[in-house]
Design a binder for this molecule. Structure first.
Ligand SMILES: [Zn+2]
Length: 117
């Protein structure tokens, strides 16, 4: 389970959907008594304080790319957690995504747009 927390325009459809599902699983797992959040926080893999904001960002990008995505978009489950803020290692997320050819293409497209090419 991992939140990537990088700009969604840098991500291919597959990685967008993977993070989308991970955010939902994280919200579900937070409701379990025996869920160990600390290890994920220590490894800088999640930001539980940003679940809702990130979920919304991912859904907006998915629907922007394909309106059909809105048909199977799950509702983010209600969740509670006992505090603890995380900070995802975003540089590590980018390095991970750079290994994906489709993500690299998305990053080039985003940077071209940003640069006015
Ligand atoms: Zn990718």
């Amino acid at each position: 389970m991992r939140m990537l927390m990088v700009p969604t325009v840098f991500m291919c459809d597959i990685h967008l959907r993977l993070e989308y599902h991970d955010v939902i699983f994280l919200a579900k797992d937070l409701n379990k008594n025996d869920f160990n959040l600390d290890i994920l926080l220590e490894n800088r893999r999640v930001e539980p304080q940003n679940i809702k904001r990130r979920y919304d960002e991912l859904v907006v990008e998915l629907v922007n790319r394909n309106e059909d995505y809105s048909q199977y978009a799950d509702e983010l489950p209600a969740y509670t957690y006992g505090g603890g803020c995380g900070e995802v290692d975003k540089k590590s997320s980018l390095k991970r995504l750079m290994k994906c050819k489709r993500c690299r293409e998305c990053m080039v497209e985003a940077m071209c747009k940003l640069s006015g090419f």
